[in-house]
Design a binder for this molecule. Structure first.
Ligand code: ADP
Length: 370
């Protein structure tokens, strides 16, 4: 049965039709009996019907069976109190093609007053691709989270289980060194030294790797934390290194932030101990300050040491990245990776400003305690 558009104001206007047909969304106009009175070209394409098959049909023909009954009531309610709005806010909406398959849609409704009565325009957008992209993204994020957790678990188990056999290698090599020092030739003594040195470096690596994996797995809650207290505890833990290097460490009065208090100590401790280590010819001088920036606090740990070439400013925060040989400056290249992990876990960022021979300024943000 072929229906003519019920309203000549709509039906006769050529320009109006052209406009509708060039729209990228399906546009369906229904009368107050819920029957389709006008559609555009996109509706035919999207739903697989000929125009003549739809005109005069109840709008429910375009939705899956399972929604049809309830839709009848919704439609009446909309006509009673119509306004321009999205349909089914917060719900997942589906439309049905002629072949019975359904697809996700977004629909916005607007009332249209004409001389012959009230109509409703429904603009229907096929969101299959958008939804698929969102699902892919969600899946990707989940996969990433899982693989991060697995990696963290692996690092933890591996470093934890490696400790014991390594301890054995180290202690027996030391025993050999002590008991057989006079009975072995010079070469053998040198080889034993290498074993002892290698084992002790590996122990440091494993300990640092464990500390790195514990940032994620053994963290405490993020809570209001006094940064002065964290700096004081970090300085206290570094007392011997500070005295040995004759360092001067000062800090301003620091604000409270939202952080894991143990990890905040670890963060300051790593940054200060790097400043103690990479100090160049003069005794280390370190100053710690902070300023508010919106809802965050920006901390600065500033030294006057050997500095870092700006091109390495990002790389040094990665695991095992070091700019110096182990003879020049001992270390594992894990300290700053731990710092980054601590800061990011507490919703902050960390970066560096430095120039060779001009000292380094490490900055990090943490949410202020307000
Ligand atoms: P480690 O100190 O064990 O080498 P880190 O991850 O703490 O590992 O630091 C990585 C590298 O960044 C260091 O090897 C050093 O080259 C550079 N670095 C870190 N802190 C400083 C600093 N305060 N001054 C100069 N260089 C630094």
């Amino acid at each position: 049965m072929q229906f003519e558009p019920i309203n000549s104001e709509l039906g006769d206007d050529n320009l109006f039709h052209q406009l509708l047909d060039s729209a990228p969304d399906a546009i369906v106009i229904i009368d107050n009996d819920g029957r389709i009175s006008l559609i555009n070209h996109m509706t035919e394409q999207m739903f697989g019907y000929e125009r003549s098959e739809l005109i005069g049909q109840p709008i429910e023909i375009l939705m899956p069976e399972r929604f049809r009954n309830r839709h009848h009531q919704h439609r009446q309610a909309y006509f009673a109190a119509s306004s321009t709005r999205p349909m089914g806010t917060g719900l997942e909406l589906f439309a049905q093609r002629k072949d019975g398959s359904d697809f996700p849609v977004e629909i916005s409704l607007s009332p249209l007053q004409t001389s012959t009565g009230q109509l409703v325009t429904a603009v229907v957008r096929d969101i299959t691709e958008r939804q698929q992209a969102r699902k892919d993204l969600e899946q990707h994020a989940q996969d990433l989270e899982r693989s991060n957790a697995e990696l963290e678990q692996f690092a933890y188990v591996a470093s934890h289980d490696l400790q014991e056999p390594l301890r054995m290698v180290a202690s027996y090599a030391q025993l050999l060194e002590r008991r057989y020092r006079d009975k072995l030739d010079v070469d053998a003594e040198e080889f034993i030294d290498y074993i002892v040195d290698g084992a002790s470096r590996m122990q440091n690596l494993i300990n640092d790797l464990l500390a790195f994996s514990r940032v994620g797995t053994r963290g405490n809650v993020l809570e209001p934390t006094d940064a002065n207290n964290a700096v004081m505890r970090a300085i206290n833990n570094l007392q011997i290194a500070i005295e040995e290097s004759d360092a001067t460490i000062t800090h301003d009065d620091l604000p409270a932030v939202i952080a894991d208090s143990m990890q905040l100590v670890q963060l300051f401790q790593n940054l200060i101990s790097n400043a103690l280590k990479f100090h160049g010819d003069l005794a280390p001088v370190v100053h710690i300050s902070a300023r508010h920036d919106g809802d965050n606090v920006v901390f600065a740990v500033v030294d006057q040491g050997i500095g870092i070439e700006p091109q390495y400013a990002e790389r040094i925060f990665q695991l095992f990245q070091r700019l110096h040989g182990k003879k020049e400056y001992p270390g594992t290249g894990i300290g700053l990776a731990i710092c980054k992990k601590i800061v990011e876990r507490a919703n902050g960022q960390i970066w560096l400003e430095s120039e060779i021979d001009k000292g380094s300024s490490f900055y990090f943000t943490l949410p202020a305690d307000i």
